[in-house]
Ligand binder design. Structure first.
Ligand code: APR
Length: 373
């Protein structure tokens, strides 16, 4: 229900930060009852886990795809190119498949916002599912570009078994649909495809937000990038990123970190996102909460994965032993079969050509023949 003009004026007046910094944002939070924060995140929050982002010079994925001989870098996520040549994407998927990358401190910071009762939603562009792995309930996440969590046939849309798809991908094989033999693709939004329905269903969250935090994204891809302008213009916005992003040069859209147009609402932390969220947590008095959440959850996940790896190793050894036993059994039965065949052949020879199959008998015979001459 829209408010009145005076309510709007009061809110706009209240939205003045005292500085375009994380300190300015935290002071604002402490003075106002901020409870509905939207976090918009990108590949920059996963680089510390070992997953490259897309556009960082030199290290970004798009600078390291030469081996796939693509017509252009983003072809690896282009639906038409995938239909023609699925192999490059599958090879990349093998490198990026979830199950060996840990959530970063930034992922746990987003979870901590929820635990403090202040997170409305996390809109992420990332497909690595690290937000889920960090323990965020999927209702709090909008995976704007889909994710590896599910997979389906590009032809008949048949839902594929994610475990089977993962097995194929990790073996370097292209998965095909069991009912129509079409190509199976993880439900990642490729260029040329629509964003998931959930993205559009949750867009109204931005009208309800009372703070926007944008972390680890170059804000190059639409329609995600322009979401920063979807929060009411009295809502403060914080960018935590290694480089400036989203600062268009018009007064009505994009970040205005210099407050040139009068709205003292945008703040910037230029640097590593883990350092930025750590500073935010310290200023909020949550330093120990973030540390202990991260350390506890990271250790838990590490022990689960180590146990799984050990179990897989034991299973592989067991399978190898079984295989060996089977080969032994088959060789033995092969030997027995051959032995029987030789015996049968010897019998035939003995009957047809009177050649005794037993060497001793033939010796006795030849002695007997020679002595009778
Ligand atoms: N701390 C802070 N910022 C970082 C860090 C870090 N540790 N690492 C990288 N960054 C910043 C980079 O400087 C860059 O501005 O994160 C941003 C990552 O930008 P991109 O590589 O463009 O990734 P993203 O914005 O998520 O890409 C959006 O593009 O190709 C599509 O679908 C793909 O979802 C992806 C979309």
């Amino acid at each position: 229900m829209p408010g009145t003009r005076s309510q709007y004026k009061a809110k706009t007046a209240a939205a003045k930060l005292d500085a375009p910094t994380i300190e300015g944002i935290v002071n604002y939070i402490k003075k106002n009852d901020v409870k509905r924060i939207i976090v918009m995140s990108g590949a920059g929050i996963s680089t510390d886990s070992g997953i490259p982002d897309f556009r960082s010079k030199g290290t970004g994925l798009y600078d390291n795809l030469q081996k796939f001989n693509l017509p252009y870098a983003e072809a690896i996520f282009d639906i038409d190119y995938f239909m023609e040549k699925p192999e490059p994407f599958y090879a990349l998927a093998k490198e990026l498949y979830p199950g060996k990358y840990y959530p970063t401190k930034t992922h746990y910071f987003i979870r901590l916002l929820h635990e403090k009762g202040m997170l409305l939603r996390n809109f992420t562009q990332n497909i690595d599912t690290l937000e889920r792995l960090a323990g965020l309930d999927e209702d709090l996440i909008v995976e704007a570009h889909g994710s590896f969590a599910t997979a389906s046939c590009v032809e008949c849309k048949n839902v594929a078994d994610p475990a089977q798809v993962k097995k194929k991908v990790l073996k370097g094989e292209v998965a095909r649909c069991s009912s129509c033999d079409g190509l199976i693709k993880p439900d990642i939004t490729f260029f040329g495809q629509n964003l998931p329905k959930r993205f559009f269903k949750r867009l109204h969250d931005f009208s309800e937000a009372d703070l926007l935090i944008v972390i680890g994204t170059s804000l190059q891809v639409q329609p995600f990038a322009s979401l920063i302008d979807d929060v009411p213009d009295y809502v403060p916005r914080l960018l935590i990123n290694k480089e400036k992003a989203g600062d268009h040069h018009t007064s009505h859209s994009g970040f205005d970190f210099k407050w040139k147009y009068g709205k003292k609402r945008d703040a910037l932390f230029l640097g590593d996102c883990n350092e930025g969220v750590q500073k935010f947590a310290e200023l909020m008095g949550w330093k120990d909460d973030l540390e202990s959440l991260y350390n506890k959850e990271h250790a838990k996940l590490k022990s689960i994965w180590e146990a799984e790896t050990l179990a897989e190793k034991v299973e592989k050894e067991h399978e190898a032993e079984e295989e060996e036993k089977q080969i032994e059994k088959e060789t033995k039965s092969e030997d027995e079969k051959q032995h029987k065949e030789i015996e049968a052949l010897a019998k035939v020879l003995e009957e047809k050509l009177h050649i005794p199959s037993d060497p001793q008998e033939s010796k006795d015979r030849s002695n007997a023949t020679s002595s009778s001459k």
